[in-house]
Design a protein around this ligand. Structure first.
Ligand SMILES: C[S@@+](CC[C@H](N)C(=O)[O-])C[C@H]1O[C@@H](n2cnc3c(N)ncnc32)[C@H](O)[C@@H]1O
Length: 302
C-alpha cells in the first residue's frame, strides 16, 4: 500500500515558506485539538516509562499532561518552532519538561541521553513528508516494553483542504502555492501505518475516527473553518502571499467556498475531521529486523 502521494521529496518543509507557527492562533479550538491526544495517550500500555518524548510538542500544554500522568519520568518536548517552544517554556516555569528545538527529520532517540520508553507524536507527522522512513528507526530504538504512539489528521480530501487547493490552483501564483499544500499528502492509509509497525514486531492498536466537530459561528465573524485552518493547514499559503490585498483576496475567495461547503446554522458549523491513530507496543526482546514484507515506501526519499 502506498502513501497518498508520489512526491514526498520536499523534505522538512524548509523548502516552502510556511508562515511561522502562532501558538495563540493554534490554541483556538483547544478542546477539539486536545481530545485526540488524550485518546491516543489513553491507549499507551507502558506502565513506568523512564523517558517520554513528545515529538512536535507544539505549545506544550499537552506535553505537560504527560508529566502529570507519569510524575517520575523525564519528559522531553521536541519541536522545530521557536515560537511554539517559547510558549511551552512560559507554561512550564519550573522546568518540569526539557524543551528541545529540533527537526523531527534530524532528531534521534539517542539524543535523549537514556532509553526513551514512550515516543508520542500528535498532529505533527503530516508536516514531515519522510515520516514513513523515520518511524521504523524510532521504533527500533525503543527498549522492550516501550511504545510508539502517533496521531495524524487524514483530511487531505475534506472540503476544507480540497477547496484551499482549488482556490490556490486558480490563483496567479498557483505554482508557488501548490508545493506547500501538497505536503499533507504524505499522510498514508491507516493500514500502511499498521503494516509498517506490525512488520517491526510490534503489538499494534490502530484506528481511525471522524470527529463531528461543532464550531461556534458568530454573526459577521470570520467563518470558523477558516479560523481553524489559519493555525495549521493554511500556513503554507500565508507564507507565500503578501500581507496585503493579495492575501485578502485569496482569503475572501476561500471563505466564500467554505460558507457554501460548511453552512452556518443556528447551532454553529459542522466540521467533520478524520484522524488516524497507531499505538505500537514493543513486547519481549527487540526484533531488530522486520518480520515480513514492508509496505512499499520505495518512493519516499530517505
Ligand atoms: C499541529 S501542531 C501539534 C502540536 C501538539 N503536538 C498538539 O497536539 O497540540 C504541529 C507541531 O509540529 C511542529 N512541527 C512541524 N514540522 C516539524 C518538524 N519537521 N520537526 C519538528 N516539529 C515540527 C510544529 O512546529 C507544531 O508545533
Amino acid at each position: 500500500m502506498k502513501p497518498q502521494t508520489d512526491d514526498l521529496s520536499r523534505g522538512t518543509g524548509a523548502a516552502t515558506p510556511d508562515a511561522a507557527w502562532d501558538p495563540m492562533q493554534y490554541s483556538h479550538f483547544a478542546d477539539h485539538r486536545s481530545r485526540p491526544f488524550h485518546e491516543l495517550v489513553a491507549r499507551i500500555p507502558t506502565l513506568s516509562p523512564r523517558r517520554i518524548v513528545d515529538l512536535g510538542c507544539g505549545p506544550g500544554e499537552l506535553t505537560l499532561t504527560l508529566a502529570a500522568r507519569w510524575p517520575d519520568a523525564v519528559v522531553i518536548g521536541v519541536d522545530s518552532s521557536p515560537e511554539m517552544l517559547a510558549k511551552a517554556r512560559e507554561l512550564d516555569p519550573d522546568g518540569r519538561v526539557q524543551w528541545v528545538e529540533a527537526l523531527a527529520e534530524e532528531w534521534e532517540p539517542a539524543a535523549a541521553d537514556g532509553p526513551v520508553d514512550v515516543l508520542v507524536t500528535n498532529a505533527t507527522l503530516q508536516w514531515v513528508p519522510t515520516h514513513l522512513r523515520l518511524i521504523p528507526a524510532w521504533f527500533e530504538e525503543l527498549p522492550a516494553g516501550g511504545t510508539f504512539a502517533m496521531q495524524v489528521p487524514a483530511n487531505f480530501d475534506a472540503p476544507s483542504h480540497r477547496l484551499m487547493r482549488d482556490v490556490a490552483a486558480r490563483h496567479p501564483r498557483a505554482a508557488e502555492l501548490a508545493p506547500g499544500l501538497d505536503r499533507a499528502r504524505s499522510v498514508a492509509l491507516l493500514e500502511t501505518y499498521a503494516a509498517l509497525l506490525l512488520d517491526l514486531g510490534a503489538d499494534v492498536d490502530a484506528w481511525q475516527t471522524t470527529y463531528l466537530q461543532v464550531l461556534a459561528s458568530e454573526e459577521g465573524a470570520e467563518h470558523p473553518v477558516l479560523e481553524w485552518v489559519r493555525g495549521t493547514g493554511l500556513r503554507p499559503v500565508l507564507g507565500v502571499l503578501r500581507e496585503d490585498e493579495e492575501r485578502d483576496a485569496f482569503l475572501a475567495d476561500y471563505e466564500r467556498e467554505l460558507e457554501a461547503a460548511y453552512p452556518r446554522r443556528p447551532f454553529g458549523v459542522l466540521f467533520p475531521f478524520t484522524r488516524l491513530f497507531a499505538v505500537a507496543h514493543k513486547t519481549g526482546e527487540p526484533t531488530g529486523t522486520p518480520r515480513g514484507n514492508s509496505p512499499d515506501t520505495s518512493e519516499i526519499p530517505s
